[in-house]
Design a protein around this ligand. Sequence first.
Ligand code: AMP
Ligand code: ZN
Length: 470
Amino acid sequence: MRLFNTLTRQLEEFAPSRDNTVRMYTCGLTVYARGHIGNFRTFVCMDVLRRALKYVGGWHMHHVVNFTDVDDKTIAGAQQEGVSLREYTDRYIAAFHEDAAILGLEPVEDMPRATDPANLEAMGNMIKALDERGHTYVSEGSVYFKISTMPDYGKLARLHHEGMQAGARVDADEYAKDDARDFVLWKATKPGEPTWDVGVGPGRPGWHIECSAMALRLLGEAPIDIHAGGVDLIFPHHENEIAQSECATGRQFSRFWVHAEHLLVDDKKMSKSLGNVYSPKDIVDHGHRVSALRYLLLSSHYRKQLNFTWSGLAQAEESLTRLTDFLARLQSLPPGEAHPAVVERVDAARQAFDSALGDDLNTAAGLAAMFDLVRVINGAIDARDVSSTDATAITDLFTHFDSVLGVISLRRAEDETPPVPVEEIEQLVEARKDARRRRDFGEADRIRKDLEARGILLEDGPQGTRWKRA
Ligand code: AMP
Ligand code: ZN
């Protein structure tokens, strides 16, 4: 399997370094807001990478995806609402699990929270190790990493050292490339902020130390095999993770660095001010299927920017329907022997799919291999050259495709559960009945249209109102 390694800017042959198990860390959500479909583009890409490593590569996985539940943004959010950091972040962690499930993300082996005591302790220990090796200094109670103590600092983001100012510091979790400075490992206690004492002075972690400590605590000795995230994390987050982890252990931190490009919405960056920030749940509330979103996310290569549009989503939905129609057609074929021509086509499609996924996760080419097979087999069915024995082999192959892509099973699961919870539909049907009794037909109509927009149709008949999926 070949993967593009951001560290070397090259395609490289990948295999885990030991035990046939891939040790992979994906930077997870900063839980200060509900994750948007941009965040989930990265998570879906890494889910498909995980599945390809398992079902195409044949390896086991130890995959860690964290929750950043303490950083500048989460603290600010909790303060603004006047609730505890736990209460605030719990909410968005729950929302993540809901969205991850409707997007068909395979559960991973570990989902640590930065504020779990064992993780905070690991951060303290890593900072102490850095201190012993002469990479830190303290200023006004905060501990900083001194970048001049690491000759190859900047190797991931390819920074130029001339621009770096010796001794200048940065306290913020996020800053620009041309502002590379000594960065904060542990921030001194401030009034109103949560604080912990793990042996490096009272305070709270900087964002970068969290991932270094969680990755090595859970995945074991460096180097881990793959570290992943969106492209915006290359600098400063991943650069600083490398600095901390390599200077603390004296070993390479991660062999491969994999980065997904951004998702845009109508060619624009997603931002609250533009009103184009959608969560996976918003997609359902707009009457669409999340399986179509997953399909759309897989239709382009993870290292290319992808532009989300509602029409693109509708097209994805159509493509997915073509696949499920095809699979339904396979159910009604006459019994008989396997046709050698079909067997040959099925083998070729499996090879084309596996080599596409093994070629730096080329999901677009994988989908093309699937649709090629659909086209050829549809033709063969028309010519009565496909038997039920062939159909079994084809269906098995689609099970393999979908173990990696995870779109067909997701669509089937959606068909079994309506897009709006049944309880809510029933409540709304009652509310509409009340509105009609009051002769408030505007309100009654509004309820009907709202449900329709969310994929539920109401039908009035002599026995009352019935609902069905659009
Ligand atoms: P955050 O919660 O900001 O730490 O981001 C969680 C993950 O989502 C990170 O891997 C980010 O790189 C990624 N991400 C953020 N915005 C986008 C976007 N528009 N498209 C793709 N990935 C994104
Ligand atoms: Zn991280």
